[in-house]
Every structure is written in C-alpha cells, then in structure tokens.
Design a protein around this ligand. Structure first.
Ligand SMILES: *[C@@H]1O[C@H](CO)[C@@H](O)[C@H](O)[C@H]1NC(C)=O
Ligand SMILES: *[C@@H]1O[C@H](CO)[C@@H](O)[C@H](O)[C@H]1NC(C)=O
Length: 472
C-alpha cells in the first residue's frame, strides 16, 4: 500500500499519519513543493513563474513571439539580460542560518517534551550543512537553470542563436565578474553546445567580464551614498520589519519553536523562511523548516522582501534606476546597429547579445523602462491594499530571470518586443506587443538623449545636492 522506502526512513511511518507529504519527499524523485514556494522573492525558483517547465524543462511556446502577422517579420537580433541561476546563500545569510539552528537546538535540549514530526526533524535530525565559503556560489541546479534556458532560447530563436553564429563569434557574451555569473554564462554556453551536439566536450566559447555594464550600481556614487549606505532611504523596510504584521509572524513562529519572542528577531524568522527556500532551490527537498509558515505568513515575508527591492533597487528612488543608464545605452546602441538598413555588401549585424548579471542589474533596468510601476508605492503601512501589486520580486527576478529584447525586420520597418521570463510584456504607453522600433525610441527619447551616468551619479555635474531624487 505504500511505495517502497528504505530502513533509514524508519521513523517515517510514525510521522506519516501527521504529514503524509513527507513520504513523497523522502522516497520519490519528484519532490513535493512547499505551498509557500511562490513567495520567496528573489530566492524563488524559475519554475514557480513558469510551472509548465516542471513537466518539461525544454518546452517552448513559440506563440510568445508576437509581431503582427501581416507584416512578415523575422527576428534579426536578440538581447538577453539574464540573472544568474540558483545559488548558495551568501555568507551573511549562512551566519544567520547557523545562529538560528543553534538557538533552536539549545531550546530543544531544555524541552524534551513530545513534538510533531517536522519539529523533531528541525531540532534533532536536520543538520546545518552550509559553510561560509559557499558564499553565493552557483549550485548544480543553477547550472541547469542556465543550460535549460539556453536550450529553450536556441529553440525559440534558431536563426539567431545558431551554431554557426556562436562558433563564428558573432554572438557576444558579457558577464558580471562575480563567480556565480561567470559560472552561469559558462552553463548557458554548455546548454547551447548540448543543444547542437550533445556528445561534444565542453565548448570553447569566450565571454567578456564587464562590471561597468553589469554591476553599474556599485559604481554610481549617488546611488551608493544616497540609497545603499543610507538608512533613511530604506525606512519603510525597517518600519515593516518591526511592524504588527511581522510581529504576528514572529510570535507564531516563536511559539511553534518554543522560543521566547525576543530571541527570535525578524532576521532569524527570515533565515528560517529562506532555509525553506534554499533547501528547495538547491536540493529540491521539502524542508521541515517550511512547516513553520502558512501562506499568510509567507505573504508577509514576501512583502518584506518586496519592500526592500522596491526601495533599494527599483522605483522607490529614481537614482536606483538611473544608475543603469550605461546598460540602457549599451542595449539601445546594440539595437540601433542591428536595425539599421544595410547594403548587401556590409557585414550582417550581431545576431544576439547575452548579458549575465544579478537581480540588482535587472531591477533597475526594468524600472528605468517603466515596468512594474504601480500607482501606489508599497509602504510599511499599506500592506493590506497591496495584494494586487504588480511589483512582486518573485515574479520579476527569480533565479535565472531574463529580459529579452527581440528586434524584428518587418515590411513597415523594424519592430521591438519585450519578454520578461519568456512571457510577453508591453512597453508602458504603447499598445502593440511588438511596436515599431521608432515608436519605442520616441517613447524613451528623454532617456536616449539623457540618462548620463556621470551626470546622474556624480551629483548632477558637480553642483547641487548629492542626495537621491526621491520622487516616485
Ligand atoms: C503560449 O503563449 C501565448 C501567448 O503568450 C499564451 O496565450 C498561451 O496561453 C501560451 N500557451 C501555453 C500552452 O502556455
Ligand atoms: C538619505 O535618504 C533620505 C530619504 O530618501 C534623503 O532625504 C537623504 O538626502 C539621503 N541622504 C544622503 C546622504 O543622500
């Protein structure tokens, strides 16, 4: 009546009556997914955004490409700005995880009373296996994220990401210098190789490291001083962290763990929540830590992360999006070149440009383009009116998140389409899925003519205040 399981799971039977889901996570290849998996913010798996990939990681929906059918369009260029894949926690989060697990164990040794299966698991069977040297590195699953994305994009754009184009070095690959991004661009290239010739060895493709493009945020003084190192800039996050919604979650979790409220700080509650996310995204397991949270708690913790992303990396302060001006101009210069009319004697334009960076790279750029800007900004006090917000970091920048800009050659002139995470997204203020490129340029005219990194980031040409413009 039960699927086979090994003797090491002898305790399973006892837990079974309480938690039937544990059986499948222990003995079957396909894990059951925690019901809170869609609320992990930037630690969300890409599959949560595109669940059809759980059935087939290589499935591609070609109808996402939507140039007008009467215009006889063909894609001539793809720019893809991609976030690295699933990774280990950073050293800071690993330290929190270790602190939390010590706290819980210390409490467990005092309270030897009976407890439910998952709590026993957390207290005595779950071993913290994270070490600080893992610090943010790409995990195996993260390599798979990028390999599979590459294969899907090669299927979606066979004429652009073709073997010939890549082998002849006509496709550019640019990465942030961080280990997880370099590993991601290599995994992307491996994916292309597997797509064309599965039996060949590792590819010998090149990539370039460019932090001015992919880590612009740390070079923008106005941003670093005005937002990153400025506690007042993130006031809404601090307020929410100590507000009534978070206190409610802390109290519940502290009670479940048998800890005094004061010892379970907001950071430690978040560490427990992230543990659930890491065990899923790294090991594909349904961790016992997940049972500490129901969907309502998860939504509160998600909101806390979204507030941070909004005020630190997005519309909260315009300097955050303006810091991405170098990348914005790079992308449009590439598109300009690719869309320019050519004589047949001229070399054909670059068919694709693959840029690998961070959530911190994508969010400012998406914000600069005017995407995911809700009418009312999220704050510490309006949680209950924000359920329908479009700014949900788990939907926008999960692991392996990607912004695709597809340029088409059409009868009536070049057209441009945007996709975020392989789903079409409209340009703010323009109606069509793939408007004329000149209309897109007109819509972003103010940025194309301005958006000067020096001017914006070095304190407006040297004069005036250095603080961020906090206009929303
Ligand atoms: C394919 O994409 C189109 C356009 O976005 C969408 O309407 C359709 O539902 C998708 N089909 C599947 C099977 O996901
Ligand atoms: C810090 O942020 C606040 C609020 O956005 C702003 O008023 C202030 O000027 C900033 N401080 C600096 C040094 O930029």
């Amino acid at each position: 009546m039960f699927p086979v399981f090994t003797p090491t799971h002898g305790l399973l039977l006892a837990a079974l009556s309480l938690l039937p889901t544990r059986l499948s996570c222990s003995s079957l290849a396909v894990p059951d997914v925690p019901h809170i998996a869609a609320y992990f913010g930037t630690k969300t798996r890409y599959e949560e955004v595109n669940p059809h990939l759980l059935r087939d990681v290589l499935s591609v929906n070609t109808s996402v490409l939507k140039p007008p059918p009467t215009e006889r369009c063909s894609p001539v260029h793809l720019t893809a700005v991609i976030r690295h894949g699933s990774r280990y926690p950073t050293a800071k989060n690993i330290r929190r995880i270790l602190k939390l697990s010590e706290l819980v164990r210390a409490e467990a040794s005092r309270d030897s009373g009976s407890s439910v299966g998952w709590l026993q698991d957390i207290r005595s069977r779950w071993e913290p296996w994270y070490t600080e040297d893992m610090d943010g590195q790409l995990v195996m699953k993260g390599r798979d994220d990028l390999r599979q994305l590459a294969r899907r994009l090669a299927t979606l754009f066979p004429s652009l990401l073709s073997e010939e184009n890549v082998r002849k070095r006509r496709v550019s690959f640019i990465s942030s210098s961080k280990h997880r991004c370099v590993s991601s661009v290599e995994a992307f290239q491996e994916g292309l190789q597997q797509h064309w010739s599965p039996h060949d060895g590792p590819p010998e493709f090149l990539h370039e490291v460019d932090d001015e493009l992919m880590r612009f945020f740390e070079r923008c003084r106005g941003y670093v001083e005005g937002v990153e190192n400025n506690r007042t800039a993130l006031l809404e996050v601090e307020k929410f962290k100590h507000g009534k919604e978070m206190d409610g979650v802390r109290k519940k979790v502290a009670d479940k763990l048998g800890l005094p409220f004061h010892s379970l700080t907001p950071d430690l509650v978040e560490a427990a929540f992230f543990l659930c996310s890491y065990e899923l995204s790294i090991k594909s397991v349904h961790s016992p830590w997940c049972f500490l949270f129901d969907e309502r708690d998860a939504k509160v913790l998600e909101y806390k992360s979204d507030l941070k992303q909004y005020w630190k990396r997005s519309h909260g302060h315009v300097i955050s999006s303006l810091s991405s001006c170098p990348l914005f101009h790079h992308v449009f210069r590439t598109l300009d070149k690719a869309g320019r009319p050519r004589r047949s004697s001229e070399a054909s334009p670059e068919p694709a440009s693959i840029l690998v960076g961070h959530a911190e790279t994508l969010l400012p750029l998406l914000s600069l383009l005017g995407l995911y800007k809700d009418q009312t900004p999220p704050t510490a006090s309006n949680y209950h009116s924000q359920h329908g917000r479009s700014f949900r970091s788990g939907r926008i920048v999960p692991y392996a998140a990607n912004l695709l800009l597809v340029l088409y050659d059409c009868r009536g002139g070049p057209r441009l389409q945007l996709l975020v995470n392989e789903t079409p997204v409209g340009f703010p203020g323009l109606q069509e899925d793939a408007p004329l490129y000149r209309d897109v340029r007109a819509a972003y005219r103010h940025l194309l003519d301005g958006c000067d990194f020096r001017w914006e980031c070095e304190g407006r040409g040297g004069g005036g205040g250095h603080g961020p413009n906090t206009e929303l």
